[in-house]
Design a binder for this molecule. Structure first.
Ligand code: SF4
Length: 313
């Protein structure tokens, strides 16, 4: 993220007088100080207080009321309003930490992927790996991602045809598991902040998803959840699947909230909003929430052996 003064300068360059600030949950605590700084610089400032998890969820209802929306912490996913300014939140680490991953790699030529927080370090990582005897290959990601960058809903940067192994550098298990399922290649995940590396095993994830599909089989009514957020709306796909199942109904909502799913009372749902909702938040939901691919398995249109991780176009 650039300094606050540089941000103020950018806003002046755009002749923006009124500005809205939107933060992901992890950065919201910065909202007050940044808002006060910009107010002190003469801007009229509004902080967007609703939950936000990605650039797919821009505060579109606020945009018409301001000259600029500053969206913090994410890179654009495409199709954004020209009023939107993206302020990424890069997190540095010492590239020396890559030494921890090298003993786990079986190949000397691997694909390299990371998340938005570390994507600025990709050239340095490639160089460090070369010093360690590993040729790292990168490609530009899908959904507006930069070189080597993946999102929880877009693993395009990992589809590198001439490598058999991928090194994921970042925190958490969801992204590397997604890379493994999207590419079917061996994946080593390095957490650069903890300094730990491991080979990714998707078996537990797949067992849980298989169990969920089986639980949903007895349902006589399915709610196909479509999000109305700017970059999450997959209405056409939901309608297509609804047309293939007489017990399926499309449900449009902004926040996919456990209480709302409880109120709706469907015995099972299929998620067409952010793919991570179905995968990460199942324990919060009152009923099985399947991915579109899992629904196809339930309908008998696909075999579990051809399981695919859900990705946004
Ligand atoms: S759809 Fe989900 S994973 Fe994709 S950018 Fe939005 S919040 Fe992130």
């Amino acid at each position: 993220m650039r300094g606050y003064s540089d941000l103020a300068e950018e806003l002046r360059r755009r002749n923006a007088r009124s500005v809205a600030l939107q933060f992901p949950e992890g950065l919201k605590r910065r909202a007050g100080e940044i808002a006060l700084f910009l107010k002190g610089e003469g801007f009229s400032v509004v902080v967007c207080g609703d939950p936000c998890y990605g650039a797919c969820d821009l505060a579109s209802d606020v945009i018409p009321h301001v000259d600029a929306l500053v969206h913090f912490g994410h890179t654009p996913v495409g199709g954004e309003d020209e009023k939107v300014i993206f302020e990424t939140y890069p997190i540095d680490f010492d590239p020396d930490v890559l030494k921890e991953a090298v003993p786990l790699l079986k190949q000397r030529r691997v694909g390299l992927v990371t998340t938005a927080q570390h994507v600025h370090l990709v050239p340095g990582m490639v160089q460090k790996l070369r010093e360690l005897g590993v040729v790292a290959v990168t490609r530009r990601g899908s959904r507006g991602c930069g070189e080597g960058q993946v999102l929880g809903c877009a693993f395009g940067a990992a589809h590198i045809p001439d490598v058999e192994e991928i090194l994921f550098v970042g925190t958490g298990l969801f992204h590397p598991t997604g890379v493994r399922l999207a590419t079917k290649k061996r994946v080593v995940a390095l957490d650069p902040l903890a300094g730990t590396a491991r080979e990714v095993d998707e078996e537990r994830f797949l067992r849980q998803r298989f169990g969920l599909v089986e639980r949903a089989r007895s349902a006589r009514l399915f709610g196909l959840i479509v999000s109305t957020k700017t970059g999450q709306c997959r209405l056409a796909l939901a309608q297509k699947l609804a047309s293939r199942c007489r017990n399926a109904v499309v449900v449009a909502m902004r926040e996919v909230d456990p209480d709302e799913l409880l109120n709706l009372g469907f015995p099972a749902y299929v998620n067409f909003a952010c793919p991570r909702l179905a995968y990460d938040d199942q324990s919060r939901f009152p009923a099985p929430v399947l991915s579109p691919c899992e629904f196809e398995i339930l309908l008998g249109e696909r075999d579990f052996s051809s399981y695919e991780i859900d990705e946004m176009p």
